[in-house]
Design a protein around this ligand. Structure first.
Ligand code: SF4
Length: 280
């Protein structure tokens, strides 16, 4: 049976495609890495030998997207970091071509903690146009969501700065596990609003999940509220949407609750299902 991907375990996506698996730690968030934990348990279908090299590319999986029959929201290589230094640059461009070959309406969600490679590889004005046909670049700019993972203010500032220099239309931030309160952009209110509108389409927040369903390192729902408020303050037609993925349960703060309420409602906004905006 050829590899076609698998159902996604994250609530904002319905399909998971892993042309790259494995990773090595790079910052504080990696301490209890979910992907390395899954791979280390040798789950079937992940194609990873926990005793082998930490990063593997899977060329045989590149064919999968062109065979999907329905529109999907697809996570890309959440079982690792698709921009890890051990992933050869030509293979990253092959992954991009495979994404461009998927049926119309498919959207791909990528995440990295190594955004230094984003600009070199994916910037449409530099590396990308030299390696991919212009038709594929145009398709990708309508379906490829480039995301950074952050966990604290240091990683937010460093990684978002690299995302901001790119003129990529679809960008997002995953603050999971969030380990402290963070600000999206260290600037005055109006400058921050404009910066967020231009550079961030979506913010996802979550606490650390350990073992079966325990909250890992401390998480304060106030941190989610602060990010939610920054998204709302910057909101206009193009402002970032906010998604509160997981937090401590109100009934037992040691237990993770999926899609918890914040101020009386769940926050499950996505930029591809936009509601009415609120001006700055
Ligand atoms: S970058 Fe992501 S996948 Fe890699 S070790 Fe850190 S948390 Fe895990």
């Amino acid at each position: 049976m050829p590899y076609r991907g698998s159902r996604s375990g994250v609530p904002y996506a319905d399909w998971s495609w892993n042309p790259v698996t494995g990773c090595t730690p790079i910052s504080r968030a990696c301490e209890h890495c979910w992907a390395r934990g899954m791979l280390g348990r040798g789950l079937p279908g992940l194609g990873h030998d926990p005793d082998g090299p930490p990063v593997q590319v899977h060329p045989e999986r590149l064919e999968a997207p062109r065979h999907w029959r329905s529109h999907r929201t697809v996570t890309v290589s959440f079982m690792g970091d698709w921009l890890h230094d051990d992933v050869p640059t030509p293979f990253i461009y092959e992954c991009l071509s495979a994404m461009a070959a998927a049926p119309a309406g498919t959207r791909f969600l990528t995440l990295t903690k190594r955004p230094e490679r984003l600009h070199r590889i994916l910037d449409p004005m530099s590396g990308m146009r030299e390696h991919l046909p212009i038709g594929e670049v145009r398709v990708l700019m309508e379906r490829l969501w480039i995301g950074i993972s952050v966990e604290d203010q240091v990683t937010m500032d460093h990684r978002l700065a690299r995302l901001r220099v790119m003129e990529w239309p679809l960008t997002w931030i995953s603050a999971e596990p969030l380990l402290e309160r963070v600000d999206l952009l260290p600037a005055g209110p109006s400058e921050a609003c404009e910066g967020l509108r231009r550079h961030v389409g979506w913010v996802v927040v979550g606490c650390e999940r350990m073992g079966s369903n325990r909250v890992g390192r401390p998480f304060d729902p106030e941190w989610a509220r602060a990010l939610r408020d920054q998204c709302l303050a910057a909101r206009a037609d193009r402002g970032p949407r906010f998604y509160y993925k997981q937090g401590p349960s109100m009934h037992d703060p040691r237990i993770v609750e999926d899609l918890p309420e914040l101020d009386g409602r769940q926050w499950t906004e996505t930029p591809w299902e936009r509601g009415a905006g609120v001006e700055c």
